[in-house]
Design a protein around this ligand. Structure first.
Ligand SMILES: [Zn+2]
Ligand SMILES: [Zn+2]
Length: 389
């Protein structure tokens, strides 16, 4: 089959690789019908995420048709149309039973390595680093889905691929980020980063009834998409984020702040950004937490900071004194995808939201290497790329 494979920094290739097969009784094999490039794929493309090996199949946002089912899988049937959550979950461990799917205790095949790096293992993820199990990803014609009797979400007829594809990642990710803010009708929610996850967080915060939603970015296409979703926008190249947020909240600061940027924060002219960039260049720091610092500083006392953005390792110069003295709540996490998918599928069916609004580029898998470059450069108004085989 053909697949998009990682061969090093800035090197994604459209390769021929062996077809996957059933390895365990609960597996299924999916023929991919539609997949996407996620912002966190760029951390692999840019070489910021450790634990990749040459030839790894990329992609963790995908859906398709079931073409083969293992003998112990009593849920799926050949011909079912499914969206596959990016978090691989066993459905049986203590964390899965609590709904904490992204920290499943059993699905990471490299548990010992993750235990060392994070203190405890986290779930296996598709098409991501060997720290998360090194599972082949979904930017491929066929995908092996482990524990396929728990994760995959069956899609009813009448919904097209593009409406439901993002149930596998960015929609529940933006939704969880907003839910973790415990939004109240009097709240201002400020969202750093109006990329795909930021866009989903904006619409989620609006659906959850925030008084005011503010999006911070510098790309015109993303800012106009954010305004179309109901947000007030701040262009950080044009004005001071902190001053403008204070102005929009009568000096109090936003009650709820969402970091939809993560470890590769844009280098601004601020002193701390330049410091991070310099330390990262000599590998003295793995992440650039500019957004995190700014949020802690501007967030209203007793407010909440929610972090769906991906961080990889150690961050430096976090104003912990401000975090503690202001009594801020910090909530984080990879997405517990299956915790949200029933509700979100129903909201799509009800017409409350159509997540396909975020798609700007449609291509084939073969165009993938170029699409990675287009997406990273944000050329040609690129916000989100979907690909078909
Ligand atoms: Zn993702
Ligand atoms: Zn589990």
């Amino acid at each position: 089959m053909r697949a998009l494979c990682w061969h090093g920094k800035n090197d994604i290739r459209y390769d021929t690789v062996p077809d996957p097969g059933i390895e365990h009784g609960r597996d299924a094999i999916i023929r991919m019908s539609c997949c996407a490039i996620c912002g966190s794929d760029l951390h692999l493309f840019d070489g910021f995420m450790p634990g990749m090996q040459s030839g790894d199949i990329m992609g963790h946002e995908f859906m398709g048709e079931v073409v083969e089912v293992g003998p112990d899988n009593h849920k799926l049937k050949v011909g079912d149309r499914v969206v596959v959550p990016f978090t691989i979950t066993c459905g049986e461990c203590d964390q899965c039973r609590r709904g904490n799917y992204s920290v499943c205790e059993r699905s990471n095949r490299n548990k010992a390595l993750a235990d060392q790096v994070f203190g405890h293992t986290t779930a296996g993820l598709y098409g991501y680093t060997h720290l998360t199990g090194g599972y082949p990803g979904g930017q491929a014609e066929y995908v092996r889905v482990p524990y396929a009797d728990t994760g995959p979400v069956r899609i009813p007829d009448g919904l097209d691929d593009e409406q439901v594809l993002f149930l596998g990642d960015i929609f529940p990710t933006g939704w969880q980020a907003a839910v973790q803010c415990d939004i109240e009708p009097t709240d201002t929610v400020a969202i750093w980063g109006a990329g795909p996850v930021g866009q989903m967080a904006i619409r989620s915060a609006v659906l959850l009834g925030a008084k005011q939603v503010i999006a911070i970015d510098h790309l015109p296409d993303r800012l106009s998409m954010a305004r179309a979703g109901g947000a007030i926008t701040i262009d950080f190249e044009e004005e001071s984020v902190v001053d403008r947020l204070n102005e929009l909240t009568q000096g109090k600061g936003p009650e709820k702040c969402i970091d939809a940027v993560g470890l590769e924060a844009h280098v601004t002219r601020s002193v701390d950004s330049i410091y991070d960039r310099a330390k990262q260049a000599v590998m003295a720091e793995s992440d650039r937490p500019h957004v995190l610092r700014e949020m802690i500083y501007v967030c209203r006392p007793a407010g909440t900071i929610s972090v769906p953005g991906v961080y990889g390792g150690l961050v430096d110069k976090i104003p912990f004194g401000a975090l503690m003295n202001k009594g801020l709540t910090l909530r984080t996490g990879q997405t517990h995808v299956n915790r949200w998918t029933d509700d979100l599928l129903r909201r799509i069916e009800d017409g409350q939201i159509d997540p396909s609004f975020v798609i700007t580029h449609r291509a084939t898998l073969q165009d993938g290497p170029q699409m990675y470059r287009t997406f990273r450069a944000k050329e040609d108004g690129c916000v989100k790329v979907v690909m078909r085989p």
